[in-house]
Write a protein that binds this ligand. Structure first.
Ligand code: KIV
Ligand code: ZN
Length: 514
């Protein structure tokens, strides 16, 4: 590894996934892990194996699947956690155990209720145990930025002595400021005697909107690994956003002379796939991946860009994988054209899923004059998401308008058996959701979010709907896409319900979350 190479450690599937509304099922996690691997992420933190059987299985399946990146599993400083992480990571070609314990006065006193010397002993024991399984061990001092520097340095030295090869300095509560964070990294490099035997890593949360700035300050001060997530998802205000870090390093190479292995042309696809999977749309003005990130609205800007793109564009849309929105397929396009398009967009579907997709594509092409790549992607994501679902949407008729009551006639198929109901509601969406609840009762689940998003412009745009359901503290997101917003709503609810059923079967409460 050269001196200016930055290791990109992605924690979308762990720190990102553990935040409310971002949970994913196994297939979704595998899909995201494959994309991360394909775009050149060096380390994928796949989950927290002790947290639940679902997390354990996800880390294990990702470990079996991923061929290039190091697959990492998180553990507290507890023997059972470390053993579970090691077991889940067994199938990996290259694996890492990441173990952490809090080092700040406040966390040690109030949360761990352990004196500092006991924490220090726990650092030694946990790293030694992890090293018994692998020579790739990362240690984190949780809440490092609010820890006493002397004590933090003693913990780091002990972790390295016991075999840790990466030392992570989390700004767990997003409290640090860039100059301060850079100084902390520099102090650690100057004060810890064996620091040359480990790589220093940044892990910054975004509570003050400084996560990316802090990470870059850390790198300038000598850190060589950055922990980050796609779209910046994560606890509370999230983590440092991978796409912002990678593009900052690329665009400002003049003052940030560092390299990453990321293929930046995969960024948009990665960001959109994650958004549709978890139902978190990024804000339109979000750097790099927001819908407006490359849009020039004001006359002066448009005039400049038309004369020379560099007048107002510091990076090309192509460099992050934005292609000029192309008019793709229409109602005369056949199976062959659709298959070619799927290949171009990087999707592979089984025969049955492809037949269903083709039928929906034809229907959409009849309703909508212009089909863009985003329309096709939404249909595919919808199809892939529901392919193995036990409850399938079949049909919907609605009576809506100013004269109530609004009425829904809905047919679903459950394990292949069709069931229909007729319901009235306060508005068509209420009628549809009542109908679903009547066919598949789920009294303990509550609707937390209902969100509609137009995929492209125009009144004939496809609607993409996200529904979030919560049951006993667990949340799931469902998505549905259709030219008819109400059909998309029904599909999204049914999708969420299927995920809830899977979660009920798989999830056992975690003892305590990281
Ligand atoms: O923010 C944090 O401190 C963490 C640790 C588990 C590394 O996510
Ligand atoms: Zn974190």
């Amino acid at each position: 590894m050269t001196d200016n190479q930055i290791i990109i450690f992605d924690t979308t599937l762990r720190d990102g996934e553990q935040s409310p509304g971002c949970s994913m099922n196994l297939d979704e996690k595998l899909k995201i892990a494959r994309l991360l691997d394909g775009m050149g992420v060096d380390v994928i933190e796949a989950g927290f194996p002790i947290a639940s059987p679902g997390d354990f299985e996800a880390v294990q399946e990702i470990a079996k699947t991923i061929k290039n990146a190091v697959v990492c599993g998180l553990s507290r400083a507890k023997a059972a956690d470390i053993d579970a992480a090691a077991e889940a990571l067994k199938p990996a070609q290259r694996s890492r155990i990441h173990t952490f314990i809090s080092t700040s006065e406040s966390h040690m006193r109030y949360q761990l209720q352990m004196p500092p010397e006991a924490v220090l002993e726990s650092v030694r024991e946990s790293v030694t145990r992890a090293r018994g399984y692998t020579d790739n061990v990362e240690w984190s001092g949780m809440d490092a930025t609010r820890s006493d520097l002397d004590f933090l340095c003693r913990c780091i030295e002990a972790a390295i002595t016991c075999g840790a090869t990466t030392i992570n300095i989390p700004d767990t509560v997003g409290f640090a400021e860039p100059e301060e964070y850079g100084t902390l990294i520099r102090n650690i490099l100057n004060r810890v005697p064996n620091i040359d035997k480990a790589i220093l890593s940044t892990h910054c949360h975004n509570d003050l909107g400084l996560a990316v700035a802090n990470s870059l300050a850390g790198v300038k001060a000598g850190a060589r690994q950055i922990e980050c997530t796609i779209n910046g998802i994560g606890e509370r205000a999230g983590n440092a956003a991978l796409e912002e870090i990678v593009m900052a390093l690329k665009v400002r190479e003049d003052i940030l002379p560092f390299k990453t292995n990321i293929d930046t042309t995969q960024i948009i696809k990665m960001s959109r796939t994650l958004s549709t999977t978890i139902g978190f749309n990024v804000q339109p003005n979000k750097a790099i991946v927001g819908a407006n990130a490359f849009a020039h609205e004001s006359g002066i800007h448009q005039d400049g860009v038309l004369k020379h793109a560099g007048t107002y564009e510091i990076m090309t849309p192509e460099s992050v994988g934005l292609t000029k929105s192309s008019l793709v397929l229409g109602k005369h396009s056949g199976r062959h054209a659709l298959k070619d398009k799927l290949k171009d967009l990087g999707y592979e579907l089984g025969d049955n899923a492809f037949q269903d997709l083709f039928a929906r594509f034809k229907k959409l092409a009849d309703q909508k004059k212009e089909l863009h790549d985003d329309d096709i992607i939404a249909l595919i994501e919808d199809e892939v998401a529901s392919e193995h679902d036990r409850i399938q949407f079949v049909s919907l008729q609605i009576k809506a308008g100013t004269e109530g009551p609004q009425v829904a006639d809905l047919i679903l198929s459950i394990d292949g058996e069709k069931k229909g109901v007729h319901t009235e509601g306060n508005g068509p969406v209420d009628a549809i959701f009542k109908a679903i609840r009547e066919i598949c009762p789920h009294p303990n689940a509550h609707l937390q979010l209902y969100q509609v998003h137009a995929i492209t412009g125009g009144t004939d745009a496809q609607a993409e709907v996200t529904v979030r359901l919560e049951e006993e503290g667990k949340t799931v997101n469902g998505q549905g896409a259709d030219a008819d917003t109400l059909v998309a709503s029904a599909r999204a609810y049914v999708h969420a319900l299927n995920k809830l059923m899977v979660k009920r079967l798989k999830t056992k409460p975690a003892e305590e979350a990281a």
